[in-house]
Ligand binder design. Structure first.
Ligand code: C2E
Ligand code: MG
Ligand code: MG
Ligand code: MG
Length: 280
């Protein structure tokens, strides 16, 4: 593109590049400081059973409000946290806080549900991840069955060591799911080897269910394959009634998306939890 635009285009291109490099290093430094300064919080997005719309879990999604720069998207800062190593402290914060919050909901008398925490490939590759997870469970008092760890296909750099780590995590009693399923480049054969119990259909497939017959075919196939393998399926990014109808007709188990709820702070979720409260 720079070539087509000639000299000026090239100058703009380098200016943009310098700006993005500057922003990246600014964010890298701010991330390191911000973790200790309480600039991070977690929003929770409900996951519902498709047929009954009963809440079966929530996904914990980290949020960063920088004092001067404002809200920064995880799509921007997670890759920087990964590049600079901050992801480890940030990931531990999310894990601990999500466990603490879920236990607090349970202690308040809400019908128990799972909290799903995103685990970066770098965290997954860390030798002591099972210790970090077990410490978060111990510190919070949350029973392991109420914690789910979302892994992406990128964790599967070495299938053998990935299986070993997964087995260690499963031995703790937590659940594992594969996030953004269908967007990675890994072989399907790992699905029979990994001790996972849920596939999360990537939101890009969900988005095009109504408009792209090939995406619709892929979604149908993923659901069927998951069920054949004894796995649970959740569709991400569900926004419309038509998508819900399609997913129900295809027997998808669960859904998550703006059609139901946006991610929100814990206090805001409280009002949604009330109807699920156990009657004593
Ligand atoms: P993800 O784990 O696939 O999370 C789903 C993303 O889709 C979230 O974006 C969520 O807000 C968004 N979303 C939910 N429903 C809808 C919908 O109906 N339509 C659309 N268009 N989007 C929807 P968010 O919160 O910006 O997070 C983006 C990504 O950042 C996450 O994708 C995940 O990969 C990463 N991330 C977020 N929190 C954490 C974390 O604590 N640790 C790590 N390692 N990664 C995280
Ligand atoms: Mg996720
Ligand atoms: Mg996802
Ligand atoms: Mg994603």
């Amino acid at each position: 593109r720079a070539k087509e635009d000639g000299k000026n285009g090239f100058q703009f291109f380098t200016k943009d590049m310098n700006e993005s490099v500057a922003r990246k290093s600014q964010l890298a430094m701010a991330l390191r400081k911000g973790i200790g300064r309480g600039e991070f919080s977690i929003h929770y997005q409900p996951q519902v059973h498709l047929e009954t719309e009963v809440l079966i879990g929530v996904e914990a999604l980290v949020r960063w409000t920088h004092p001067e720069l404002g809200m920064i998207s995880p799509a921007e800062f997670i890759p920087i946290a990964e590049e600079t190593g901050s992801i480890h402290r940030l990931g531990e914060y999310v894990l601990n806080e999500a466990c603490r919050q879920n236990k607090a909901w349970q202690d308040a008398g809400v019908e128990p549900f799972r909290v799903a925490v995103n685990i970066s490939a770098l965290q997954f590759a860390q030798k002591d991840l099972p210790d970090i997870v077990s410490q978060a469970l111990e510190a919070s008092g949350l029973a392991p069955e109420y914690l789910e760890l979302e892994l992406t296909e990128t964790v599967i750099q070495s299938a053998q060591s990935a299986i070993e780590t997964m087995e260690e995590l499963v031995a703790l009693g937590v659940h594992l799911s594969i996030d953004d399923f269908g967007t990675g480049y890994s072989s399907l054969s790992y699905l029979k080897l990994f001790p996972i119990d849920t596939l999360k259909i990537d939101q890009h497939f969900t988005k095009n269910i109504e408009t792209d017959s090939k995406d619709a075919a892929l979604v149908k196939t993923i659901i069927r394959m998951a069920h054949e393998l004894g796995l649970n399926v959740i569709a991400e990014g569900v926004e419309t009634k038509a998508q819900v109808a399609f997913l129900k007709a295809e027997d998808c188990n669960q859904a998550q998306g703006y059609y139901y709820n946006k991610p929100m702070p814990a206090e805001e979720l409280d009002s949604f939890l009330y109807p699920y409260k156990k009657s004593v």
